[in-house]
Design a protein around this ligand. Structure first.
Ligand SMILES: CCCC/C=C\CC(=O)SCCNC(=O)CCNC(=O)[C@H](O)C(C)(C)COP(=O)(O)OP(=O)(O)OC[C@H]1O[C@@H](n2cnc3c(N)ncnc32)[C@H](O)[C@@H]1OP(=O)(O)O
Length: 310
């Protein structure tokens, strides 16, 4: 079996519903084999890799073996289909290049990611909505279901889809004076359960329920106090260092045991997501197509633009 024959979760998810029914087991078996191969391969020299797709870049530190995945879609890293696809490609690339871990960050100076690009959901057709939501699901599962150690260096605001990506990681370090949260209800939108799972992994249920129903955006300090972020750093560089230190904490842990243990914690959420992912796309299309939601999105966009001009 070649390394490239590993089946990432999202590819397994593209199978028929029948094939999918036992995909957790299939995935874990496949991962067990590929991780064994990866462990054997780790004996060899480290490769410095720096590749770029259009809206994300990947750089591997040849000393630590840790890959930094940077989102680069000015002005606010809003997640259009291309950014979501590039994120998936970069995650696959990092998983295949023997990296020791993945740090997700942003090339913007004050925004980690503004979440889904609202232009992609506004005044559009059902087919586009289907693609947008499917790619958001695919990007999330690629990150959430990765067996690698993952951390987010949150060097700016992280609303909605930005918070989704950050909470898909195992560790979060955030710079001061920014905001993070799932603000969907403020847009009149109900966040599906899978979209909440990372949030629910890190927050007590009561805190998560209140924050989600309020559509609350936490300041960095508040996020730290409730446990939504693990550390505060004074700069992006310091955030990257703290994320590297987190990933480095696994240096002496067997990576196969680590990865499988992580996925055991996440398996239930992933299984639930697999069951409902197609229905979830249909729900999203139905919701986002509603005239009143379209109207609210239009107003929201207008307000964002007005705010930008002030
Ligand atoms: C049924 C639908 C389900 C959808 C489910 C949810 C997932 C989502 O992710 S929805 C997206 C929710 N995102 C937000 O609510 C964030 C909105 N943005 C902001 O709060 C701020 O822009 C932010 C704090 C991120 C950054 O602030 P600033 O640095 O001050 O930048 P500006 O606000 O001036 O924005 C610059 C420029 O970008 C445009 N913008 C911002 N966010 C989005 C977005 N999510 N989608 C599309 N465009 C966005 C903003 O309008 C400005 O545009 P211009 O005025 O044309 O320059």
């Amino acid at each position: 079996m070649k390394l490239s024959s590993r089946i990432p979760f999202r590819l397994a998810l593209k199978q028929t519903p029948e094939q999918r029914s036992s995909s957790i087991d299939t995935y874990q078996r496949t991962m067990l084999h590929s991780n064994l191969l990866r462990l054997v391969a780790r004996g060899g020299p480290k490769r410095l890799m720096s590749t770029a797709t259009k809206l994300t870049t990947v750089e591997v530190n040849d000393k630590t073996g840790i890959a930094t995945l940077t989102m680069n879609r000015p002005p606010v890293n809003s997640q259009n289909v291309q950014l979501l696809e590039d994120l998936q490609k970069s995650i696959t690339e990092i998983e295949n290049n023997k990296s020791r871990g993945l740090i997700l960050t942003s090339a913007m100076s004050n925004v980690f990611s503004a979440g889904l690009d609202i232009h992609e959901m506004y005044n559009t057709n059902e087919e586009r909505l289907r693609i947008v939501w499917t790619e958001l699901q695919n990007a999330w599962i690629a990150l959430y279901g990765s067996s690698l150690p993952t951390a987010a260096a949150i060097n700016g605001h992280a609303p909605a889809g930005g918070c989704l990506l950050a909470t898909a990681c195992e560790y979060r370090v955030m710079v001061p004076n920014c905001r993070i949260g799932l603000n969907e209800t403020q847009l009149g939108i109900i966040a599906p359960k899978w979209l909440m799972s990372g949030f629910l992994n890190v927050l007590p249920k009561r805190v998560a329920e209140r924050a989600l129903t309020q559509g609350r955006m936490f300041t960095t300090q508040e996020a730290f106090e409730v446990g939504l972020v693990d550390e505060i750093a004074n700069s992006k560089e310091e955030a990257l260092e703290k994320c590297s230190a987190f990933i480095g904490s696994f240096a002496k842990v067997n990576s196969l045991a680590r990865g499988l243990t992580k996925l055991q914690f996440r398996a239930e959420n992933i299984k639930e997501f697999e069951k409902i992912r197609e229905k979830d796309v249909a729900n999203f299309i139905a919701l986002a197509s509603r005239p009143e939601i379209q109207k609210d999105m239009g107003i929201y966009l207008e307000n964002l633009k007005k705010k930008g001009k002030k």
